[in-house]
Write a protein that binds this ligand. Structure first.
Ligand SMILES: Cc1cc2nc3c(=O)[nH]c(=O)nc-3n(C[C@H](O)[C@H](O)[C@H](O)COP(=O)(O)OP(=O)(O)OC[C@H]3O[C@@H](n4cnc5c(N)ncnc54)[C@H](O)[C@@H]3O)c2cc1C
Ligand SMILES: *[C@@H]1O[C@H](CO)[C@@H](O)[C@H](O)[C@H]1NC(C)=O
Ligand SMILES: *[C@@H]1O[C@H](CO)[C@@H](O)[C@H](O)[C@H]1NC(C)=O
Ligand SMILES: *[C@@H]1O[C@H](CO)[C@@H](O)[C@H](O)[C@H]1NC(C)=O
Ligand SMILES: *[C@@H]1O[C@H](CO)[C@@H](O)[C@H](O)[C@H]1NC(C)=O
Length: 667
């Protein structure tokens, strides 16, 4: 037994290195905090598992500077085709719709397997400020919580025992099924995902027992943490320790997933398709990178056995393929290469509590599960910790008050519940048999299905996520309704929603940029000053007045920024004016809006113009965002790009009150 030393303390302990855990680690790597992330498995995922990324997920990855890698390697999904039986029962293409709603994001939906995305995360985590690295083959075995320390956020109320596993313990058995059917590679062993699937028995308890007996098991350490986050998947050990549970529908569906290079005469195999057969069930087709295509099928043949778990020996790639062949007949489908396959059983459930005293949190599949067809696993899981990461980091670093941590449950529980509702509706429509005619009440109307698909797309893009009022999202004191002259979901500025992006020009060198590219995830709050037409003397003078107030020694900007740090290190101010770029000189604008420093001179990164570019046209940023270029607005953006507050450009008092609600004054 190793003894605990004073060094064995961390600010944040993350359990689980799936998409949720890695996103969190990514945030925390941007701060000078002591963080550890452990996972019981000894390798990352290499193939298969979750695949798609909605446009909001791409915006987020881009804010960590890995979006371009995903964008380049992934398959872009542009169109969805719906296939349904015609009067004779033969399947026909009935509709085509765009996969991503046009105009809501500068990205479209893409598909790339989880293993690559995890790779990009690992790379960017390595580049961060902290020396964070994923510790694999490490299992937490014991959890203690000292309630008396919960009130003091500098204290370490959490104690966890960590065991390093032996190699055999950390490597799960593959089922070894032979997946290649009727092809050159037949007989090759294929990576299957069953061992990670919940159809396989959970081995956590067994592992804990085994490490107790096994004297070859590596070291044991006891560490103390200020915060802990359970990102340990649907059967979360952390959730069990807290005694929390998931509630919801008790029905489970079984899904088969097959990643193959298809040999087929089906014409839309490179489109995302939903195919409803007359009475053989439905299949979802997802075209992927490297010629691969993923088939999702809800399996009917597999009976759910004792204890509510399906017998997984009955599920083979052939069973999945046969179902697909039946649904897609008379089209032929075969393959000689299978990359990965799995089957998993999933219910639709949400946790009632997302945290214990805002010290231990749950995120991702640990607090919500749903079918793959809502197709949100990786998206929503990553977005949970994208919401949580900066909050923990800013509280742990003493920048913000711990009160902001309560907004995690407030904001993400609603998203999880909406997701379950959406999943219910969508699963029923997806899995049902198509109606024969209007009198067929048991069948599913294909009009209704299409409608759900179109509406569902807005939901599924996550662009429509709209956070409730709180300390950090204030509609009440915002004058958004007067200042934003039109409303269009995802395109205009709306308090509670993410900041949309349009092209603007750098005042100093005329280069066009997407506004969002200037909102990287580095933990800073931002004030976007849509200062209006600065060639107008009145408009210029209110901008100058604001500048004077912000620059004053007692301003909130200085109070919330440590004296030793750069003035833009806690809150960054960006100006986007609407005057012709050539009529404005950067040097004539107040210094606070483009601060000077001895080492690097003037800051050329802070002032932008909504104007015509030489090569890429006019971004029409004001018009698109719903802003009047005569009036403008000040917009406060959270570190995760969500809009907190909207007010008049000269409303220094409003900004001060907003930040005063949760920022900690610094030395
Ligand atoms: C077999 C399978 C197939 C899937 N296929 C699809 C799909 O095709 N499409 C789709 O959209 N979604 C799919 N999903 C769902 C998707 O993968 C999840 O929604 C998503 O990965 C959730 O991310 P997460 O980080 O919350 O959890 P996970 O990805 O489950 O990550 C949890 C991590 O925690 C680790 N862990 C678990 N317990 C412990 C412990 N006690 N101690 C230490 N570490 C622990 C695990 O090893 C794992 O690395 C699939 C899931 C599974 C299991
Ligand atoms: C494989 O080929 C055999 C005969 O060659 C055929 O009976 C069987 O249906 C084929 N299986 C699949 C999955 O195509
Ligand atoms: C993410 O969302 C998109 C859009 O709905 C979906 O197509 C994709 O499958 C989702 N990805 C995962 C891994 O759930
Ligand atoms: C703006 O222009 C300056 C000066 O050319 C350049 O250094 C900087 O990279 C540009 N910044 C952006 C965001 O375009
Ligand atoms: C900006 O203001 C100046 C001075 O009032 C005016 O002449 C000009 O037309 C305005 N430009 C725009 C684009 O509104």
């Amino acid at each position: 037994m190793a003894a605990t030393t004073a060094d064995d303390t961390v600010d944040v302990l993350i359990i689980g290195a799936g998409p949720a855990g890695l996103m969190l680690a990514c945030w925390l790597s941007r701060f000078n905090l002591k963080t550890r992330i452990v996972d019981k498995r000894d390798t990352k995922i290499f193939t298969g598992q979750a695949d798609g990324l909605q446009c909001r997920s791409l915006e987020i990855l881009d804010s960590f500077d890995i979006g371009h890698r995903v964008w380049r390697e992934s398959n872009h999904m542009i169109e969805i085709c719906l296939w349904n039986p015609d009067g004779t029962g033969r399947i026909r293409r009935s509709d085509r719709i765009p996969d991503t709603i046009v105009g809501i994001s500068r990205f479209t939906q893409v598909v790339l397997h989880q293993g690559r995305i995890e790779r990009f995360f690992l790379d960017t985590i390595k580049e961060g400020k902290s020396s964070l690295k994923v510790e694999r083959g490490v299992l937490p075995t014991k959890f203690d919580y000292d309630e008396s320390k919960a009130g003091n956020f500098n204290d370490h109320p959490i104690t966890v025992t960590l065991r390093t596993l032996t190699e055999e313990e950390a490597t799960p058995q593959q089922s070894g099924a032979i997946a290649a059917a009727n092809g050159t590679k037949s007989g090759t062993k294929v990576q299957d995902g069953l061992f990670r699937s919940n159809l396989a028995p959970d081995d956590t308890d067994e592992l804990i027992k085994a490490t107790e007996l096994n004297d070859r098991a590596g070291k044991t350490e006891v560490i103390k943490a200020r915060f802990m986050v359970g990102c340990d998947g649907a059967r979360s050990w952390v959730r069990q320790q807290l005694g929390f549970s998931l509630t919801g529908d008790s029905t489970d569906y079984i899904w088969g997933v097959l990643d193959i290079i298809p040999v087929t005469d089906f014409p839309d195999i490179r489109m995302r398709c939903a195919i409803h057969s007359e009475n053989q069930g439905s299949v979802m087709i997802i075209p992927r990178e490297n010629k691969l295509v993923r088939l999702y099928i809800q399996l009917k043949e597999v009976a759910v056995g004792e204890g509510g778990r399906a017998d997984r020996t009955k599920i083979t790639p052939d069973v999945i393929l046969k179902s697909a062949q039946n649904i897609m007949a008379p089209y032929k489908l075969a393959y000689s290469y299978c990359d990965w396959w799995t089957a998993y059983q999933i219910g639709q459930r949400v946790g009632d509590k997302f945290s214990l005293d805002e010290r231990v949190f749950l995120a991702g599949d640990a607090v919500h599960t749903h079918s793959p067809k809502a197709g949100q696993g990786m998206n929503v899981s990553m977005q949970d910790t994208y919401n949580l990461g900066w909050k923990i980091a800013l509280v742990a670093s003493g920048v913000c008050d711990s009160a902001i941590l309560k907004t995690y449950e407030l904001e993400r529980k609603k998203v999880a519940q909406d997701l379950i509702d959406f999943d219910h509706r969508f699963s029923r429509l997806f899995s049902g048999r198509p109606a024969k005619d209007v009198m067929d009440e048991e069948g599913i109307s294909m009009e209704e299905f299409k409608d759900a698909f179109v509406k569902g797309n807005m939901f599924a893009s996550a662009i429509a996520v709209d956070y409730q009022d709180s300390l950090i999202v204030t509609r009440k004191t915002s004058s958004a309704s007067q200042l934003i002259t039109k409303e269009e979901t995802g395109r205009t500025i709306k308090v509670g929603m993410r900041m949309p992006s349009f092209r603007v020009l750098n005042q100093s060198d005329a280069r066009p940029w997407q506004l969002q590219e200037r909102l990287p995830s580095d933990g800073r709050w931002r004030i976007l000053l849509f200062a209006g037409n600065l060639t107008d003397p009145l408009t210029l003078s209110r901008y100058n007045t604001l500048g004077e107030k912000l620059a004053a020694p007692q301003s909130f900007l200085r109070r919330f920024t440590p004296a030793s740090a750069k003035i833009d290190s806690t809150i960054e101010i960006l100006t986007i004016h609407s005057a012709p770029r050539r009529e404005i000189e950067l040097s004539s604008l107040p210094e606070i809006f483009h601060p000077y420093c001895e080492e690097n001179g003037w800051d050329y990164w802070k002032v932008f113009a909504d104007d015509e570019s030489y090569h890429e046209g006019h971004g029409r940023c004001y018009e698109n965002l719903g802003l009047d270029s005569g009036v403008g607005a000040a917009v406060i953006i959270r570190p995760d790009q969500y809009v907190s507050w909207v007010g008049e450009v000269e409303d220094y008092g409003g900004m001060e009150r907003f930040f005063g609600g949760f920022m900690v004054a610094r030395e």
